[in-house]
Design a protein around this ligand. Sequence first.
Ligand SMILES: NC(=O)c1ccc[n+]([C@@H]2O[C@H](COP(=O)([O-])OP(=O)(O)OC[C@H]3O[C@@H](n4cnc5c(N)ncnc54)[C@H](OP(=O)(O)O)[C@@H]3O)[C@@H](O)[C@H]2O)c1
Length: 286
Amino acid sequence: MKKVLITGANGQLAFDLIRIFSDGYEVIKAVHDDFDVADKIATENFIKNCAPDIVINTAAYHKIEECELNPERSFAVNAIGAFNVSKAAAAIGAKIIFFSTDYVFDGSKEYFIESDTPNPLNVYSSSKLAGENLTKIANENHYVIRTGWLFGVHQSGKGYNFVGLMLEKAKNGGVIKVVNDQFGSPTYSYDLAVKIKELIDKKAPPGIYHMTNGGFCSWYEFAKKIFELGEIKADIAPVSSQEYPSNIKRPKCSVLKNESLKKQNIEILRPWQEALGAFMLEYNKK
Ligand SMILES: NC(=O)c1ccc[n+]([C@@H]2O[C@H](COP(=O)([O-])OP(=O)(O)OC[C@H]3O[C@@H](n4cnc5c(N)ncnc54)[C@H](OP(=O)(O)O)[C@@H]3O)[C@@H](O)[C@H]2O)c1
């Protein structure tokens, strides 16, 4: 049985990767306490000792506001850390899977395909773009997966994901103001995990793959759908991003077209509304 090592094993996406890969693979979980990806020697030792065939690196520092104030840490984890993991995987002949973000683009177009030129607007996304490049340089057997607006039943290390946050706000009552002029594709971490396994099982060629649920929406439309599917009464108001002044630049539009999947004849992920419905069913069972 092939061995897969999953870093960031306490995280949102790792939760789904672990349950999906447990069917057919031996799964080794590495949490932050096992090794810090920014520590080259610790990373090399851990990966060498457990000798996986595939390394799935979900470890990331992605609190965007903190990253902006702490570029050193941001690059240490998201860029150098990505290099360390990818290189240690290459040294034992293992494949590497690295997760990047829709935010590597600047939002200047309606949607972005894999061959479009990235132009990150903030420290977090700059560090992830560096992580993409370093992952590729260190290991020719790589998949760089760009995704965005992740939601899963196991909440992100960032705290609440957007769905969890909206559900919590609705419980507390009052007007919920949500930005209506930033667009992206909400993505269910379960669907993403299923697609990663398919990519590996089908031996797709190395490269960059955009992977998001189908369609797109604004944060406001996303929130409206959450309340509609959850049959939750909430007082929700659309606002412009100018009403939330921030030092951090975010792309107005970070919709990703999943062209590489189509080229490999791999079915693209279902529409985000359907995925959200499936999430709500699972979330309500918790
Ligand atoms: N969430 C999103 O909306 C989103 C969007 C686009 C791309 N992505 C990317 O998708 C991937 C998974 O995201 P996620 O939402 O599952 O993240 P998550 O829930 O925050 O999980 C990340 C995990 O990485 C661990 N970690 C952080 N720093 C580490 C380090 N230096 N060494 C080892 N482990 C470390 C964290 O552990 P501790 O908490 O103990 O530090 C956490 O368990 C990330 O690469 C992220 O950049 C996420």
